[in-house]
Design a protein around this ligand. Sequence first.
Ligand code: NDP
Length: 494
Amino acid sequence: MLPAVFGSGEQVDSVGLWIEGRVVATNGATADLFEPATGRALARVAVAGAGDAEHAAEVAARVFREGAWSRTSAAARQRALLALAARIREQAEALAQLEARNAGKPISDARWEVDAAAQCFEFFAGAATVLSGRVPPVDGRGLSVVLRKPVGPCALIVPWNFPFLIAAWKLAPALAAGNTVVLKPASATPLSALRLGPLAREAGIPDGVVNVVAGPGASAGAALVCHPAIRKISFTGDSSNGAEILHLAAPDIKRVSLELGGKSASLVFADADLEACVESSLLAGFGNAGQDCCARSRILVEESVHDRLVERFTAATRRLRMGDPLDSDTQVGSLISSAHRERVLAYVETGRAEGARLLCGAEIPSAGALAGGAFLSPAVFSDVTPAMRIAREEIFGPVVAILPFRDEQEAVALANDSEYGLSGSLWTGDARRALRVARALETGAISVNASRSVFLEAPFGGWKRSGMGRELGIEALEGYTETTSIYFETETEG
Ligand code: NDP
């Protein structure tokens, strides 16, 4: 039996699965996790197989039917979710340290993400109490009442880039609507999600409402997706895996929402505030070492300011502080693994081979404290053409491609010439143009003269191969419900 240890010191020790309010071991299957920034051992975790995932799905189904959560009042769910947010805040620093070490991300980012996760539970705690049906005006002879009900047991499948935050984005609305869940974190980053189980229990959420199984996507994840008791799947990850999940969910017509990849663009017009644009685009391109579905990995810039922007952006990129994730001054941490770094470097080579010019970065520290980690310095490419792979494919690493455009029409055409449509930015001093271009872009979100585009209150999700359905906002909450339309005859027929 693996003990549930949440280390605050050097070693995080062994961590089991969380099913029906307690730590559960698998049939002996465990895996060692290593810190991507140092290569040092971090924890030994239980690895769920298909059988463990199926067991968790059955628990979630039984607990849903029993109604201890699904039939409780919205006010009670609100209190529990607020208590969960409070527990997260109490443990915020420990959670942030764990997240930074497990994912190799800067501690300042991890602190922000843990706080944003707590805010997410607070937002959906309130939303639970305003979620309501409606009374549509059907005809004069009766009354129609449309109820909103929880959809049922949900499988929440999470990637490694924002492990705790994306878990909260799914868990908070699913719970607010009255569902039970099985949360499956990414194999590389299960630690913070595994903490959510005990925290939910401490917050008074009944056992079996929140179950967490860490295990491989191909076995444990697929078993969850296919389990007949699971009614809804919310998946964040790679577009091809999203397509596979859609396929697996098809026979039972399960509800599926997908948040997938991106190749988002920043459109920079000649009348933009270039200083502000450069400063903001650094974070938009290289935040989380570029391992961000919303990363503005393409900068499209009007020809007349192209050279100026390239020069300033490259100089600013060189100044970014890559370093130890646990150092508060670090801006760029390590990638998730050396294997992922190899994938990113292969794109750098492709870019060069296709004729793009590497202006800075793509270097591996060969000595000193960073040499043992999966670090890669932020890279900027110019002389990129729209057909090149680095302009079209999601690299999911610290690589930004800069392309020129002639006019507004070409800018919009280039931005939309992508199989993705998740996010983007638009830099201009002309408000009418901002509205015109924003309306023409095929994307789930666009920020004008800014890079922030994700807010708890607004829907977040993609067009095209970036996904379907929405996270956050009232749209996410509704996505975890079904409706029943009830008709009352009030007049005698005839
Ligand atoms: P993956 O698709 O590899 O994995 C995401 C999660 O799905 C993991 O938990 C994984 O498990 C699991 N999984 C993989 N295959 C299956 C399957 N067949 N059935 C069930 N579960 C499965 O993505 P990454 O973790 O590599 O994350 C990076 C990707 O996520 C990028 O493409 C990025 O754009 C996208 N992303 C999208 C976001 C959005 O909101 N649109 C936000 C963040 C990331 P395991 O770890 O064991 O493989």
